[in-house]
Design a protein around this ligand. Structure first.
Ligand code: ARG
Length: 651
C-alpha cells in the first residue's frame, strides 16, 4: 500500500470542493524533509490561496478541520505560512508492519491499469565486441523490466541486436581479403572484430587523405579572413570585435579538424606494412558499402557468410548475458525487419508524409532541423526505416501499449524524430519513450578506455570485478576467528559481490549523468554500494542463526512494538517501499530505488545500534524487533533483486 496514495485520497475528498483540478495540489503532499515537521507535509495552501483569494493559513485550517485522518495520523498541525504537517500514529505504523510481515510483496499493491510494455535494451551491434557503454543499457534496461513486472505490468524485453548494419559489409570485405584462418578457427569473434577494426582504419585513412587538401584550403581561407579583418579593425567597435572572435573560432575548429586528419594519415603511414595494404585497397570504403548493399539485396554469397558469422557472434553475447543474469523474452535483431522495409517506405509515401530530397526519401516534420531519412539515394534503407518497422510490429503484432528504448543520450535526436514520425504515421496512441543515459568515464575524465586506448571489453571487466571482490572476501573472512566460508562459498560470494558491484555502481547514478568508473568505490563494503547492502543482508540472516530462530517464524502472530524513535523511523521507512517503486516507474529512474535502499540501510543501522535484539527487555520486544529485522532483510533482498543483484545468507 502506498502511504502517499492513502494520504492523497483523504485530502482529495476535501480539496474537490475547493478546486477543479486537485492533481497538482495533491502532488504537493510529500515526505517531510525534516523529521521535526512530522512525517509528511502538505504545501498546497499557498498555491490554492491565489486561486481562492484567501490567506493560505486560513485555507490550511479549513482543510484540516474537514480532513478525516484520525485513523492514520495525529492531529495535523498548521505551521508557518500554511504548511500542514502530518505525523502517522505509531499504532497505525505498527499495525501495517504486522500486516506486511506476512506479505510476499512487502506491501506493494499491483498497479490498477497494467500495460504491456516492450523494453528495447542492450541492443549491441554484433561483431564489434560489447563494451562498457553497452553495460549501461543492459543493466538499466534489466532493472526497469524487473521493476515494471513487480509492479504488475506485462513486460516484454527485446534485444534489438544490430545484426544488419554497415559493419557487415566491412567484415565481409575484411574476411575475403585479410582473414587469418588459424585465428578465425580458434576465436572467430575476436578475428571478426580485428577485421572490422582493420577495414575501418583503412577506410578512415583514405577518407582522411582525400579530405586533407580540402581542409588545408578551408584553413588557409579562414586564416586569411582573420588577418584581413584584423587589418581593418576599429579597436572601439564592439560588434566588429565579436565578429573577429567568431572568425577566430572558425579558424580554430578548421585547424583542429586538419590536425586530426593529419594524425590519422601519419599514424597509418608510420606502419610500412599497413601502408602497403592501404595502397593496395584504395576504394575500400566504397567496396565495403557495396558488400553491405549486396547482402541487403539478397546476394547468396554474402548471405552465406552472414549466416556463418552470426551464430558465433550471438554466442559470445549470450556468454556475457549468462554471467550477468540477464534474460530476454525476444531477440529480434535488425535483420528480422529487413523484409518489411520497402512496405514501410511505401506506406509513408502513400500517406504523403515523405518527400524526396537529393534523391533520398525523407520525412520532414515542422520544427525539426533535420529530416528523418528512410531511404538513401542509392536505395538503401536506414536505421530509421528499421526502427519504424519495429514500432509497427511491436504495436500491431505484439500489441504493446508502451515502448521504452534504453539507449545512450547521443541518440536523442534520432528518437525524437522517430517518435514524431511514428505519431504522424498513425501511432499516436502508443506511448514511446527514450530512456537515455550518459557516458561511463575513466579517472582521466574521458570515456572509459583501456591503457592502450581500446574499449574495455565486458568480459574482462566482469573477470576483474570478480577477482577484486574475491580478494576483499578472503580478507574479511580470514580476519574472523574461524572463517565462515568454504572455498565454494567464497567463489560464489565473489561472483555476486563483483557483478552486483558493477550493476549497483551504474544504477545508483541518475541515468542522465555521466559517471566515473572506480573499482574501489564500487566494491567498498561501506557506503552506497551493493557490497554494503549484501553484507547487511547476511548480517541479519546471522542474527536469526545465532538465536536459532527461523525467519519465517516471525512472519505471523508477532505484535509489533515501536518503543523508540529509531524503531519507528525504520518501520515507517519500510512502509515506503511501495512509494519508492512508484517513483522509479514514474520516470524510469532506478537510482530512486537505490536511494531508498540506502536510506533504509541507514535507518536500520541506527535501529540496530540503539535497540538490542539479543538483550531486548522482554520476549515480546525481541519478537517485534525480529519482525523488523526479517522485513528489512526481505526488503533488501527484493529491492536488490529488482536491480538484478543477488544476495547470500552467509558472507
Ligand atoms: N544497435 C544500436 C547501437 O548500438 C542501438 C539500438 C537501440 N535500439 C533501437 N531500436 N534503435 O547504437
Amino acid at each position: 500500500m502506498s502511504l502517499l496514495t492513502l494520504l492523497r485520497s483523504r485530502f482529495d475528498s476535501v480539496l474537490r470542493s475547493m478546486a477543479d483540478d486537485t492533481g497538482p495540489l495533491l502532488e504537493m503532499i510529500r515526505p517531510a524533509q525534516d523529521a521535526r515537521f512530522g512525517d509528511y507535509q502538505a504545501n498546497f495552501a499557498m498555491s490554492l490561496s491565489k486561486q481562492l483569494g484567501k490567506p493560505p493559513r486560513e485555507i490550511a485550517a479549513e482543510v484540516v478541520s474537514r480532513l478525516q485522518l484520525d485513523d492514520l495520523c495525529e492531529a495535523p498541525e498548521v505551521a508557518g505560512p500554511g504548511f500542514i504537517n502530518l505525523k502517522f500514529r505509531s499504532e497505525f505504523i505498527a499495525a501495517r508492519i504486522t500486516e506486511i510481515a506476512g506479505d510476499d510483496r512487502l506491501g506493494v499493491t499491483p498497479v490498477d491499469n497494467p500495460r504491456h510494455v516492450i523494453v528495447d535494451f542492450s541492443s549491441p551491434n554484433v561483431a564489434k565486441p560489447m563494451h562498457v557503454g553497452h553495460l549501461r543499457s543492459t543493466v538499466i534496461g534489466d532493472a526497469i523490466c524487473r521493476t515494471l513486472r513487480f509492479a504488475g505490468h506485462r513486460v516484454t524485453s527485446d534485444n534489438h541486436i544490430g545484426d544488419w548494419g554497415t559493419q557487415f559489409g566491412m567484415i565481409i570485405y575484411g574476411y575475403r581479403h585479410f582473414r587469418n584462418d588459424a585465428a578465425y578457427a580458434a576465436e572467430p569473434v575476436a578475428e571478426l572484430s580485428r577485421l572490422y577494426k582493420l577495414v575501418n582504419q583503412l577506410s578512415d585513412y583514405h577518407t582522411a587523405v582525400q579530405k586533407l587538401p580540402v581542409l588545408k584550403t578551408v584553413l588557409e581561407k579562414a586564416e586569411k579572413g582573420v588577418q584581413e579583418f584584423q587589418a581593418t579593425l576599429d579597436a572601439g567597435d564592439k560588434k566588429a570585435q565579436k565578429q573577429l572572435a567568431q572568425l577566430q573560432r572558425q579558424a580554430e575548429s578548421a585547424r583542429t579538424e586538419l590536425r586530426a586528419c593529419e594524425s590519422t594519415v601519419a599514424n597509418l603511414q608510420s606502419d610500412a606494412s599497413l601502408l602497403a595494404i592501404a595502397d593496395a585497397h584504395p576504394n575500400i570504403a566504397r567496396l565495403a558499402r557495396e558488400e553491405t548493399a549486396k547482402l541487403h539485396a539478397g546476394d547468396a554469397d554474402n548471405q552465406k557468410l552472414w549466416d556463418e558469422f552470426l551464430p558465433a557472434c550471438l554466442q559470445a553475447l549470450q556468454r556475457i548475458y549468462d554471467r550477468l543474469g540477464i534474460q530476454f523474452d525476444l531477440s529480434l535483431g535488425e535483420s528480422f525487419y529487413n523484409p518489411m522495409l520497402p512496405e514501410v517506405v511505401e506506406s509513408l509515401k502513400s500517406k504523403q508524409l515523405s518527400t524526396v530530397s537529393d534523391g533520398a526519401v525523407c520525412v520532414f516534420i515542422e520544427g525539426n532541423r533535420a529530416p528523418f531519412i528512410v531511404q538513401k539515394s542509392d536505395g538503401a534503407y536506414t536505421y530509421a526505416t528499421t526502427d519504424l518497422a519495429t514500432i509497427r510490429y511491436r504495436h500491431e503484432t505484439l500489441h504493446a501499449d508502451e515502448l521504452l528504448y534504453v539507449v545512450d543520450n547521443r541518440q536523442s535526436e534520432h528518437f525524437q524524430l522517430l517518435f514524431q514520425t511514428a505519431q504522424h504515421w498513425g501511432f499516436e496512441k502508443l506511448r514511446m519513450r527514450h530512456i537515455s543515459f550518459g557516458t561511463v568515464m575513466g579517472a582521466d575524465g574521458k570515456p572509459y578506455k583501456t591503457r592502450s586506448g581500446d574499449n574495455v571489453g565486458l568480459e574482462s571487466l566482469i573477470d576483474e570485478a570478480i577477482s577484486r571482490a574475491r580478494r576483499i572476501i578472503d580478507e574479511n573472512d580470514n580476519r574472523r576467528e574461524s572463517p565462515a566460508l568454504s572455498e565454494e562459498q567464497r567463489a560464489r560470494v565473489a561472483e555476486i559481490v563483483g557483478i552486483g558491484g558493477i550493476k549497483y555502481a551504474d544504477l545508483h547514478h541518475n541515468r542522465d549523468s555521466d559517471y566515473t568508473f572506480d573499482w574501489d568505490k564500487m566494491l567498498a563494503t561501506t557506503g552506497d554500494t551493493a557490497a554494503y547492502m549484501q553484507y547487511a543482508y547476511a548480517r541479519i540472516c546471522g542474527i536469526f542463526r545465532k538465536l536459532q530462530i527461523e525467519r519465517t517464524a516471525v512472519r505471523s502472530g508477532c505484535a509489533v512494538i515501536l518503543s523508540c524513535s529509531e524503531e519507528r523511523a525504520l518501520a515507517l521507512q519500510l512502509l515506503q517501499f511501495d512509494d519508492a517503486i512508484r517513483s522509479v516507474l514514474s520516470e524510469y529512474r532506478p537510482h530512486l530505488l537505490t536511494a531508498w535502499l540506502f536510506e533504509t540501510a541507514d535507518k536500520f543501522s541506527k535501529f540496530y545500534d540503539r535497540c538490542s535484539v539479543q538483550d531486548a527487555e522482554t520476549e515480546g520486544l525481541q519478537k517485534s524487533r525480529l519482525v523488523l529485522c526479517d522485513l528489512m532483510a526481505r526488503s533488501l533482498h527484493t529491492g536488490l533483486s529488482l536491480l538484478g543483484i543477488e544476495t547470500a545468507e552467509v558472507m
